[in-house]
Design a protein around this ligand. Sequence first.
Ligand SMILES: Cc1cc2nc3c(=O)[nH]c(=O)nc-3n(C[C@H](O)[C@H](O)[C@H](O)COP(=O)(O)OP(=O)(O)OC[C@H]3O[C@@H](n4cnc5c(N)ncnc54)[C@H](O)[C@@H]3O)c2cc1C
Length: 380
Amino acid sequence: MDYLDSPDEAEFRTKLRKWLAETDVTDWRKASSIEEARPLIRQWTSALNDAGYLALTWPVGEGGQGLSPVYNMILNQEIGAADCPEYPGTINIFARMISIHGTDEQRKKFLPATFNGEIIWCQGFSEPDAGSDLANMSTSAVKRGDTWVVNGQKLWTTYAVYSDWCFLLARTSSDGPKHRGISAFLVPLDSPGIEVRAVHLANDDPETGEVFWDNVEIPDKYMLGKPGDGWKIAMSTFTYERNPAETHVMSELRAWLRGAERLAAECGVIDDPAIRRRLADMYTRIEGLQYVGLEQVSTRVKAGIAQPGEESSVGKLLWTYAGQELQHLILDIVGPRTVVDDRIDAMHDYTWSRVLSVLGGTAQIQKNILAWRVLGLLRA
Ligand SMILES: Cc1cc2nc3c(=O)[nH]c(=O)nc-3n(C[C@H](O)[C@H](O)[C@H](O)COP(=O)(O)OP(=O)(O)OC[C@H]3O[C@@H](n4cnc5c(N)ncnc54)[C@H](O)[C@@H]3O)c2cc1C
């Protein structure tokens, strides 16, 4: 396999680098409140769209540019290297699902509005009793005439408090295997009967939420796919979500490593052999993860497969371990300063890194997927 850019890829990278250098970017991650962050996320999404950097790998007839997944990697690498806000991942997750499974009317309504930042999506899958065992969900949608009436509760809905619409899974049938009775819906979060409550993570950010559904009426035209298609659609979203190679993850890990080096210099431990060894170890692990991603993307490109598969779980595990260990290293570098020096807050990102082994499916679930579905090992 060739790790270097082809002439076309190199040209794309050069143009993108120039655009990023010339674009005035306000980083929504530095916003002090949700109210402040929302318009910035919309502006960044819309700027990427206007410049032609969204939906690169979708087929041409489906609103994309028909490029190989390598271009998604380049896009995310360059965005990270330029220290710009991350690529809006929901484009390749929810918008892609709408482009594949949606009706013409749904595509027309949702895709332009998502691309220009008007709609920010959240993912309403998990519930208090349905996380790893997602098929156990009990939030129900019952058909009454032309509407579905939804009752139940979702939990851990990331950015629920930022979002405009929810990509919802709900139970529409209790007959047969549990996962076959699940359907997908697109729901405006300001619908009567929806209550969103922020859930603060250990770092105190209101990053996730609980969403309560009390007789919420959803027009039939907002069901995505057919009744019972929800499981298939959800599994596709996971392969995108868990795939670090084509998302902001590599940029984030590299930014954390640059931060670790800077802090080691500031805190006077950059010449400590143990710290240097750990920094070098993190560097090789992050670059190793990049090469795992390259190898997976390269295999797909050769086979003409656009969408990632269950091999994404390899990347999700390596990303989890690298991210958590790197934040642990930063905490060791900073030491007690994180408590006494107002300018250094290593605890915020350290506590956030603990959720890496839970969000998007736990580490144990990734190991199950790899053992049973990728390697074909026997179940005990
Ligand atoms: C910060 C954050 C953001 C999230 N964002 C979203 C979101 O936007 N939308 C959404 O729908 N969900 C979201 N989630 C939910 C996340 O997907 C679930 O928390 C996760 O799938 C685990 O489910 P659970 O919390 O119910 O834990 P459980 O499933 O109860 O798991 C508890 C423990 O048991 C282990 N376990 C469970 N089953 C097995 C098994 N079969 N084999 C081995 N071990 C097992 C797990 O690994 C874990 O250690 C988010 C979670 C967090 C923490």
